[in-house]
Design a protein around this ligand. Structure first.
Ligand SMILES: *[C@@H]1O[C@H](CO)[C@@H](O)[C@H](O)[C@H]1NC(C)=O
Ligand SMILES: *[C@@H]1O[C@H](CO)[C@@H](O)[C@H](O)[C@H]1NC(C)=O
Length: 375
């Protein structure tokens, strides 16, 4: 649950300089007209300078796609033959990979990564998907642990970064890590791979590919789903996305990443909420669909039907230990359901015994936030 649930149009309207000038009145005297002319001139000068700047800072490895020229967005290119090799090894026939990111705190034995891998093993038809899972490690220790457990690990080069310890929500380290992720996923798209990105605190209980929409560019799970998969008012959660590699999505990830400058101190997900209605997105014809929590649930809004659930996310939860505690219980609930005879499964009234620690932690953190506000 986010405080920024409602996207104030006033806030998002002022984001870029491309918005047409809607100066009130039609200029009956010459004075406002002159002012308007000056403003437009300044605007074009500014735009030209920005363009020259972006053009010159583009890296020599530039992938020349239409998206590049569309609004001159450019990000650091990460062409890496090792990454290409790891993706190739893990790829499905149609160039799709599953990607997660991992730091040391989550990779420790008994921590989230173990639970994540276990979910694939006890999920229905999910074990084979491990062959297509690429684990992006953010530090040396996580990398070593990944190599010990899994065939497809890739260490993201992070010269100045140190993501080893638990990254606390909304600290500068956390924000940096989240944005690095968006930038990285954009480069995966540029290499021509479709991906399912999954947070490691998402348990895979059924093969999700049967539940995805066929013709969408960008599909995203929700903290709260309102029943309409097209409705931009849904509250997406960037922890689970299915993205097809094409010109539109490559552009979109650049746009998303570039928008971080307009909203410093904001999380990639909150920025997504700000930009999801941006006219540029509909102009680019990027098709966005929101995934139902009936299949892609979490602690914010659980998937109630055990016969349908695909994934469950430890969202609406504060603190690593609380996540570990509740995800263990979740996997026990699932194992009990799986052990039921087939006919009993069909009419099962299984229900989750979680969130427990997660709920308490989340309520406490919300209270703290609210108290902070009223002071
Ligand atoms: C890809 O898989 C082959 C065969 O298992 C292996 O020899 C090679 O090192 C892998 N490539 C990368 C980049 O991991
Ligand atoms: C990264 O941070 C951890 C804990 O904050 C620290 O123990 C470690 O030495 C740091 N590593 C580097 C390379 O700075």
């Amino acid at each position: 649950m986010k405080d920024s649930a409602t996207t104030g149009d006033a806030e998002y309207g002022g984001y870029n300089g491309y918005k047409p000038w809607n100066s009130g009145g039609s200029g009956s005297s010459s004075h406002p007209l002159v002012k308007r002319f000056m403003r437009i001139t300044v605007f074009f000068l500014g735009f030209a300078m920005l363009w020259i700047f972006l053009y010159n800072s583009a890296s020599p490895f530039g992938f020349h796609s239409v998206s590049h020229h569309f609004i001159g967005i450019s990000t650091k290119k990460i062409y890496d033959p090792i990454l290409d090799g790891v993706l190739k090894n893990a790829s499905m026939g149609d160039k799709t990979v599953i990607i997660t990111t991992l730091n040391d705190a989550w990779a420790e034995p008994g921590s989230i990564f173990d639970l994540f891998l276990e979910s694939f093993r006890i999920g229905k038809k999910t074990e084979k998907l491990l062959n297509h899972l690429v684990v992006i490690t953010l530090d040396q220790k996580a990398h070593a642990r990944c190599l010990a457990l899994h065939p497809h690990c890739f260490q993201l080069e992070t010269k100045d970064d140190n993501f080893t310890s638990e990254a606390f929500f909304m600290t500068p380290g956390y924000l940096h890590m989240m944005w690095r992720r968006i930038e990285f996923l954009g480069s995966v798209l540029e290499l021509g791979y479709n991906f399912v990105f999954t947070d490691t605190d998402i348990m895979w209980l059924r093969d999700p590919f049967t539940e995805f929409y066929q013709n969408a560019d960008f599909q995203i799970a929700c903290d709260f789903f309102n029943g309409n998969s097209y409705d931009l008012k849904n509250m997406p959660n960037g922890g689970f996305t299915y993205v097809k590699s094409n010109e539109r999505t490559i552009w979109f990830y650049k746009f998303w990443f570039a928008s971080k400058n307009a909203y410093p101190k904001m999380h990639d997900q909150d920025v997504l909420n700000k930009i999801k209605r941006d006219p540029y997105i509909s102009e680019m014809r990027l098709s966005i669909r929101f995934l139902s929590t009936a299949y892609f649930g979490g602690f914010c809004q659980p998937s109630r039907d055990f016969n349908k659930v695909s994934t469950m996310h430890a969202n609406c939860c504060v603190g690593l230990d609380n996540k570990i505690n509740d995800l263990k219980i979740l996997l026990e609930d699932w194992s009990k359901y799986i052990a039921l005879p087939q006919n009993e499964k069909k009419q099962s009234h299984s229900s989750w015994s979680v969130p427990q620690s997660c709920r308490t932690s989340f309520q406490r953190s919300k209270q703290r936030k609210n108290n902070g506000k009223s002071l």
